[in-house]
Design a protein around this ligand. Structure first.
Ligand SMILES: *Cc1c(COP(=O)(O)O)cnc(C)c1O
Length: 821
């Protein structure tokens, strides 16, 4: 066992100044995200100033929750000591750096081999596979999921304990100067450089600079494993004199590959190693997996594993499901499907996510045995039981012989089964109702069968929503905002078709300031799903004013009649916030200057009504053509808003920019901006589309494939005429799903196996037909209606509309699946 770290030692490790020492708690848990607190005793909170947030804002809240040790950058000693009399407080010049120093110190306590992995793609898979391949003799500690950032790496390395015999950590960087820091934290003894791609090129002046920066992870390693066919990489490694172990398909290398051929679902690799010709089968055929596996092979050969043993372990290699999916399930249940892996680090992350879902009836976890944790069994399941309890899990269904053996350790109500099959034979859908269920199992337990049992039966069309992309886009727009500018996000129209409460929940987690919906019912639905962020309702009807109050929703007020009705409905009691809409040229809704006398006279007599904000909407921010008009609107708004404030005698939040406006007129952010379409991946001005990530993908399946002869026709009104013999496929999406009928007869295309196939004939209600002549297609294949390779922008152009319409048209009968990587 490593001795427990005292606060004094922490202070000397990070060169901090002790502002106050109020207790002697040891340093056990590191916390950097206030939302992830699970256990206050022994927790040290590092208040980190990030690009989008500042940890110092959460000290008071954490203190109330029982955290009593802080590492801070900001603040005066006097004030801190007075505000947190029972806290032990350390001040440093840079909290993130302090965290890194602490992790580096921790790492140095262990003399185990550690593999550092970097490269453009495949880091996480190589990490997971190495852990699988080495686990027969090693107790491996590794980064949870893809924790590979300046913050993620120290938190990963902090997990090393005395039981571990081997470490595998991934490191990713996006700009110069970052890798030295990660090197000092990981202190790798071995390295893998997976490949050189184009990701994150923007942070570097050249490809070469990027490679050289990344190589800084490998200073002093005993061996670096990589494919020497990447010329830029190979040259840089040689120039820096890093000790290398290479594999190559083209040149002389430690492992020289002479042939790779596919045989069924396997790839046969023939190579020469130490002058000897050898042959191995890899259990997959795609290029990326083969490359990832060859890195692992190189490392296993270097460690001297016998060939037969390597083959045996490769055969048992499990594909890594990188995705975590969230979806509606039977009986009002909501499923978090995470069969990515099942170790302690991964479980803690999944439980955090469970805890952050809006509450339904109860929180249930279906959990398999944990594999490869490096801890003695009893200690491991004691920790698992603790995690479940601190994360507020209300029911556990545990599957597997080992977890069942330790059933007595679990305090939450639990049922135990030896196998997945046993669980499924007893499965009764009626036992699950209105609950959030985390399904988390190691691959070998085949939990996908459990997920299937919970899935609602739906037709084969799904809208996949990439939550990582959504967060990326959110952060992109945030990076354009001044530190004090507030952010309102538009989640009207089912969050532009993406699914309101899931999106709203994510936005709440990321602490946006306001949400906006079109109608009161949309706001009520969000509140019923546990959304507590302030919500503006843009079009509240007088008959719904009662609900506004009940659900603390804030109305947009745009006319005198509406204000009169609102004032009458709220007379007498309470305080009500409203948002004044000003018409500066859109001519849709809003007050004009002539209304002001009457407007403020009315407000004077209604002390219960408080104006929270005044805003207006740009009519042409997306087009440069209208820049002068937009500027004119902005100037008008500034004047009107100033008058609003002076007449009211207090300040209000002023806002006018939508997504396009944020890009085009950053100097007019005022107090708040209103982000809409940009969040969902469409950059309305077109100028910065590349910076956004596509969020949604509409997918369906092929129902039937048939051959038709020249001259025959397809579909209603016989509009699709075969000008030659053709193969056509019927896919399960039609105008009732929101697939526009204007895509009929070759205007639209869908992607099957990466190939564009045009529509033939008219779009029907639930189906349409596409021309797949020459493409290898069978029933059951997937067809992409829109997605990253077939963009909303392109499709909208094809039928003369805008991406907004395509997105919001996707019918609610299409199932939404949310995933993150
Ligand atoms: C929908 C809407 C927005 C967001 O517009 P985008 O173009 O999607 O960014 C902003 N303000 C108001 C009043 C809206 O109705």
């Amino acid at each position: 066992m490593t001795p427990m770290l005292t606060f004094k030692e922490l202070a000397s490790i990070v060169h901090g100044q002790v502002l106050q020492q109020a207790h002697n708690m040891p340093v056990l848990h590191l916390l950097t995200d206030s939302r992830k607190l699970s256990q206050s005793w022994g927790t040290v909170f590092f208040a980190i100033r990030g690009k989008y947030n500042n940890g110092h804002k959460y000290l008071a809240q954490l203190y109330r929750q029982g955290v009593k040790t802080f590492v801070v950058e900001e603040g005066e000693r006097e004030a801190l000591v007075q505000q947190y009399p029972e806290a032990t407080i350390l001040q440093v010049s840079d909290s993130l750096e302090a965290l890194q120093k602490l992790a580096a110190w921790h790492r140095a306590q262990f003399s185990i081999p550690v593999v550092g992995i970097t490269g453009s793609n495949g880091k996480t898979i190589v990490k997971e596979w190495l852990a699988q391949l080495l686990s027969p003799e090693e107790l491996v500690v590794k980064s949870p999921r893809s924790y590979n950032s300046q913050l993620g790496v120290p938190l990963s390395v902090w997990q090393i304990s005395a039981n571990h015999t081997f470490g595998v950590f991934e490191a990713g960087i996006s700009q110069p100067g970052e890798m030295e820091k990660l090197h000092s934290v990981v202190q790798p003894t071995l390295g893998i450089f997976t490949n050189v791609g184009t990701a994150h090129d923007e942070g570097f002046s050249s490809r070469r600079q990027k490679v050289e920066e990344k190589l800084k992870l490998f200073v002093g390693v005993e061996k670096l494993f990589y494919c020497s066919d990447y010329d830029a990489l190979h040259e840089a490694v040689q120039a820096q004199g890093i000790k290398a172990f290479t594999w190559s398909r083209k040149k002389e290398a430690d492992v020289s590959i002479t042939a790779t051929t596919t045989a069924g679902h396997r790839t046969i690799v023939v190579y020469t190693y130490k002058g000897e010709k050898q042959r191995l089968a890899l259990p997959f055929t795609d290029e990326a997996s083969v490359e990832n596996a060859l890195h692992c092979l190189a490392l296993l050969l270097y460690r001297g594993l016998p060939l037969a043993e390597i083959q045996d372990r490769l055969d048992r290699l499990q594909p890594v499901a990188m995705r975590l999916e969230m979806k509606e399930a039977i009986n009002g249940c909501y499923l978090i499907d995470d069969t990515y892996n099942n170790d302690l680090g991964g479980l803690a992350i999944a439980l955090d996510l469970l805890m952050n879902q809006p509450r339904r009836g109860r929180r249930t976890v279906i959990l398999s045995d944990l594999l490869e944790s490096g801890l003695p069994e009893e200690q491991l399941y004691r920790q698992v039981a603790g995690l479940l309890q601190t994360r507020g899990v209300e029911r556990l269904i545990a599957i597997g012989p080992t977890i069942s053996k330790y059933s007595s350790l679990f305090a939450v109500p639990a049922a135990f089964c030896d196998t997945t099959a046993a669980f499924l034979t007893q499965f009764n859908a009626g036992d699950f109702r209105n609950e959030v269920i985390l399904v988390k199992g190691a691959r070998v337990f085949g939990f996908e069968k459990i997920v299937q049992a919970f899935q609602q039966k739906v037709h084969g069309t799904v809208l996949e929503v990439n939550l990582d992309a959504l967060v990326h886009n959110l952060n992109y727009y945030r990076s354009k905002l001044a530190p004090d500018t507030k952010l309102m996000v538009m989640v009207k129209a089912f969050a532009y078709g993406s699914g309101s409460f899931e999106v709203a929940n994510l936005l709440q987690f990321h602490q946006v300031d306001y949400l906006a919906v079109a109608y009161v019912d949309e706001g009520v639905m969000l509140r019923e799903h546990g959304i507590s962020v302030p919500i503006m309702v843009m079009n509240p009807s007088p008959d719904s004013f009662g609900k506004l109050q009940q659900y603390s929703l804030e109305p947009e007020i745009y006319s005198l009649e509406q204000l009169q009705a609102f004032v009458a409905a709220t007379a007498g009691e309470g305080q009500y916030k409203i948002h004044l809409k000003l018409d500066t040229g859109m001519h849709r809704l809003g007050f004009v200057h002539e209304d002001f006398e009457a407007l403020f006279a009315l407000l004077q007599q209604a002390p219960q009504v408080q104006v929270a904000s005044a805003f207006s909407h740009l009519a042409g921010a997306d087009e440069a053509l209208h820049n002068d008009f937009s500027q004119h609107q902005i100037a008008t708004f500034r004047t009107l808003a100033a008058e609003v404030e002076s007449r009211l005698g207090y300040a209000v939040i002023k806002h006018i920019l939508n997504s396009a406006g944020i890009v085009r007129f950053p100097e007019h952010q005022l107090d708040m901006v209103r982000l809409g379409i940009g969040l969902y991946g469409v950059e309305a001005t077109g100028a910065e589309q590349e910076a956004l990530r596509p969020v949604s993908m509409l997918k369906t399946t092929v129902s039937q494939v048939k051959r038709i002869r020249q001259g025959e026709t397809v579909g209603y009104s016989r509009k699709g005429i075969a000008d030659e013999d053709k193969t056509i496929a019927t896919i399960a999406v039609g105008y009732a799903d929101g697939y526009d009928r204007r895509f009929s007869n070759g205007v639209g295309q869908v992607l099957i196996k990466g190939q564009r196939c045009p529509l033939i004939g008219n779009v029907c209600m639930d189906m349409c037909m596409i021309d797949v002549t020459g493409v290898d297609v069978k029933a059951g294949d997937e067809a992409v209606v829109f997605g990253p390779q077939l963009t909303l922008v392109e499709l909208a152009k094809r039928i003369g509309t805008i991406p907004y319409e395509l997105l919001t048209n996707v019918s609610t009968r299409v199932k939404r699946v949310f995933f993150s990587e």
